[in-house]
Design a protein around this ligand. Structure first.
Ligand code: NAD
Length: 377
């Protein structure tokens, strides 16, 4: 049985779905591993390092004989056509709004798994790609902001005078937001944050940041059982926007991370709010791939919007690819291991397993995930 590690073909993808450690692990499970030549190049893993732990370096044509394909991004039509029927494909599938791409994987007879649908339960914590990647994205957002902010972040009291600490406001205090808060604090900024989930308040405070939110009855009930944010009412959004508008005017750097699963990102920062910020202010929109939290954000650019430098880099975790790949690969291999029958040393899908149920998009020619038009088998 063969596991194939693909080289990503999507333009901005720098990550790879395996590391030296995970190739070793997959070998120990009884599989042969083929790594597509150059797959780890942007993650600082040369082919020779994969080879040294027993992987065969191959080409895309080798995917045709693989039983399991590990990827970062959902395979394209042309990639799919190179896989064998019945192959297991595990990746970040971005299935929302991409019904046709999901259907194409079903038609090809693939068993396709979307890592981002992994349930947030204790057993699956080590398979949680949203957390492993968002954590790095939150860190990198602060680093990118620091680069274009033409001042120092920490307060510096010197003989030549005092530089005040930068004021950083983080919107959305989930995994990415909390890491952004921690990183900005380490750089010495004065940090505040907001979120619509009441549980975030304590977490923000425990990191030494100030919590800013309208705390009415709707706010107190705004967390789903899965721990995600709900889409807030128009009334709440208006009240929150007024509070935020007043706060943003005093900030040097704003970092937005707000997402709602399966929905476009909420619009949190208007042009008017940007115009109210100080000269030289910086904003980073980590939600740019889901439509953005900031009005005027441009994907892939540092755009000047109302005098504010708005950073709209997609795939922020990919800008720290070597770290992101190591964690992503570990998430994948931990999930793969749950599918492996130790005696036969092959993948046996237990369709009743809750991790399989939650993440399996297509199986035996059909779209099977109920959220994407499939009926559960
Ligand atoms: P996310 O990426 O879906 O969203 C980022 C943040 O944006 C969230 O905190 C969300 O509440 C917030 N948000 C949404 N709409 C907003 C708005 N209008 N204004 C301000 N903020 C808004 O979230 P996430 O980082 O994946 O984390 C979601 C929750 O899941 C958190 O409570 C996190 O601690 C929890 N979590 C649990 C586990 C686990 O138990 N295994 C793992 C990871 C995360």
């Amino acid at each position: 049985n063969i596991v194939f590690v693909a080289k990503e073909i999507t333009g901005d993808e720098t990550r790879v779905a395996a590391s030296v450690e995970t190739v070793k692990k997959i070998k120990s499970l009884g599989f042969d591993v083929t790594v597509e030549a150059g797959a780890g190049a942007f993650s600082r893993i040369p082919d020779s390092e994969f080879e040294a732990v027993g992987a065969v370096i191959g080409t895309f044509a080798d995917a045709a004989s693989a039983d399991v394909i590990l990827k970062v991004r959902r395979p394209s039509e042309s990639e799919i056509s190179g896989y064998k029927t019945g192959a297991v494909v595990i990746a970040i599938m971005d299935p929302y709004g991409n019904d046709e791409a999901v259907a194409a994987m079903a038609r090809a007879g693939l068993s396709a798994f979307a890592m981002e649908l992994m349930p947030r339960i204790t057993r699956a914590q080590s398979m949680d790609v949203l957390s492993s990647q968002a954590n790095l994205a939150g860190y990198q957002a602060v680093i990118e902001a620091a680069v274009v902010y033409d001042r120092a972040m920490p307060m510096m009291m010197t003989a030549a005078g005092t530089i005040p600490a930068a004021k950083v406001f983080v919107m959305g205090a989930g995994v990415a937001g909390l890491q952004a808060i921690a990183t900005a604090r380490r750089l010495g900024a004065a940090v505040s944050a907001t979120d619509v989930r009441p549980a975030a308040k304590e977490q923000v405070a425990s990191l030494g940041a100030k919590f800013i939110a309208v705390e009415d009855d709707e706010f107190k009930a705004a967390e789903t059982a899965g721990g995600y944010a709900k889409e807030m009412s128009a009334d709440y959004q208006a009240k929150q926007a007024a509070l935020v508008a007043e706060h943003i005017a005093k900030q040097d750097i704003v970092i937005t991370t707000a997402l709602i699963p399966g929905r476009p990102a909420p619009r949190l920062v208007s042009r008017t709010m940007l115009a109210s910020m100080k000269p030289g202010a910086v904003a980073v929109d980590l939600a740019v791939e889901r439509g953005g939290n900031i009005e005027g954000v441009v994907t892939g650019q540092v755009a000047d919007v109302e005098g504010v430098k708005v950073i709209g880099f997609p795939n922020m975790a990919g800008r720290v690819a070597a770290s992101a790949s190591v964690l992503y690969a570990k998430n994948l291999v931990t999930f793969l291991e749950t599918m492996v029958n130790k005696e036969t040393k092959s993948v046996v899908l237990n369709l009743e397993d809750e991790l399989i149920k939650a993440t399996m998009l297509t199986y035996a020619g059909d779209v099977v995930h109920p959220a994407f038009g499939g009926a559960k088998k």
